[in-house]
Design a protein around this ligand. Structure first.
Ligand code: PLP
Length: 358
């Protein structure tokens, strides 16, 4: 019996979800698969190789792009936060990366550096997120300067929604209008949509869409399940049942003795905990799948173990594998119990969890 916690990565589901993105946009719109943060925790190279039908990849930082190029990935790659310092800029040029330029520091470095190969620059517009980017007025001043710069090969305008997960939020339209006022005089390609915008509003698609969470089978909306929007879960997180034991009424379980047996019963110990990235904040009652049956977590999550109530699965045995999320147990449900979003659960899985392709 393996004590290993595993995350099975369903490559067929990954490709299915990419096709779902593709099916929703026009033929003129390119699909940029967002694979930052180790492919949302699924494994950067695993995801990149499976998503060979994407038009482009987007990553968070140079390091991730270097890994992709070293593994032989030749597709266009976009650095979502651009480069930091001259060395990174040269590396980006050498590796034939495309880069966001979001700050005056990046622009002044770019225009004063001699590059062997000019870059495709995605000029970031701050349309209301107020995180990265230039205000639309400044964008209009910069665009002609950038067009003339010998460091710039092509230009794309990029912006990001703050509330796309709430399609009725009034900020969405405001942001889109501001985005469209930038570079109005020019025939310039644009990109704005993350998964939520891609799924909810075709007018946000422009020339490039940038789906992330939907590729991994996560719903970006709190009120709509992934299944109901045609997405399949990619990761199934599994851990072994390593003990089954009897409790007497009143016996309390785990740290802090926070949960006590209401009657004589049997519980199971599953070898996963916050040391693998299964959140400690998950409360008693959080569902765990054992033998296709939902059983409730009881007591506190420890570093390497959790305890579950086995009343509903009397035939459960040491060696069974429990499912914590994935097939048959939507990650959104678990995220909700932990008061967070699926993105965080996926990204915070630690390196102790073995990723297996399946
Ligand atoms: C992460 C990211 C995305 C993808 O967002 P999802 O909500 O996962 O689809 C798109 N654009 C930018 C700039 C991002 O940082």
């Amino acid at each position: 019996m393996s004590r290993q916690v595993t995350a099975t990565i369903n490559l067929e589901a990954l490709r299915h979800n990419l096709q779902q993105a593709r099916d929703r946009v026009s033929d003129q719109t390119q699909v940029v698969a967002v694979i930052k943060a180790n492919g949302y925790g699924h494994g950067l190279l695993t995801v990149a190789h499976a998503l060979y039908q994407a038009d482009m990849f987007a990553v968070g930082c140079l390091d991730e792009a270097v890994q992709l190029r070293s593994a032989g990935v030749q597709k266009p790659i976009l650095l979502l936060e651009g480069f930091e310092g001259e060395e990174e800029l040269h590396a980006a040029s050498q590796l034939d990366l495309q880069t966001v330029v979001h700050s005056k520091e990046q622009w002044s470095l770019l225009k004063s550096t001699h590059l062997k190969r000019s870059l495709v620059v995605w000029l970031k517009v701050d349309s209301g997120m107020h995180r990265l980017g230039f205000y639309p007025q400044r964008v209009d001043q910069l665009l002609p300067l950038m067009e003339e710069s010998s460091c710039v090969d092509q230009l794309v305008l990029i912006s990001h929604f703050a509330n796309a997960d709430k399609p009725d939020h009034k900020m969405n339209q405001q942001q889109q209008e501001l985005f469209e006022t930038s570079g109005q005089q020019l025939d310039i390609r644009r990109s704005m949509a993350n998964s939520a915008a891609l799924l909810s509003d075709n007018s946000t698609h422009y020339d490039f869409v940038r789906p992330g969470i939907m590729l991994y089978g996560g719903s970006p909306f709190s009120q709509q399940s992934a299944d109901s929007i045609g997405l399949k879960p990619v990761m199934t997180l599994k851990a072994p049942l390593i003990a089954v034991k009897k409790l007497q009424r009143g016996d309390c379980v785990g740290y802090g003795s926070t949960w006590c047996a209401p009657e004589d019963m049997s519980i199971g110990v599953v070898a996963i905990g916050y040391g693998h990235g299964y959140p400690r904040s998950l409360p008693t009652g959080t569902p765990v799948l054992i033998r296709d049956q939902r059983v409730p977590l009881v007591g506190r999550v420890s570093m390497d173990m959790i305890t579950v109530d086995l009343t509903e699965v009397p035939d459960a045995m040491v060696g069974d594998r429990a499912i914590l999320w994935g097939d048959g147990l939507p990650i959104e449900e678990i995220a909700d119990k932990a008061d967070t979003i699926s993105y965080e659960l996926l990204c915070q899985l630690t390196s102790r969890v073995r990723r297996e392709e399946g």
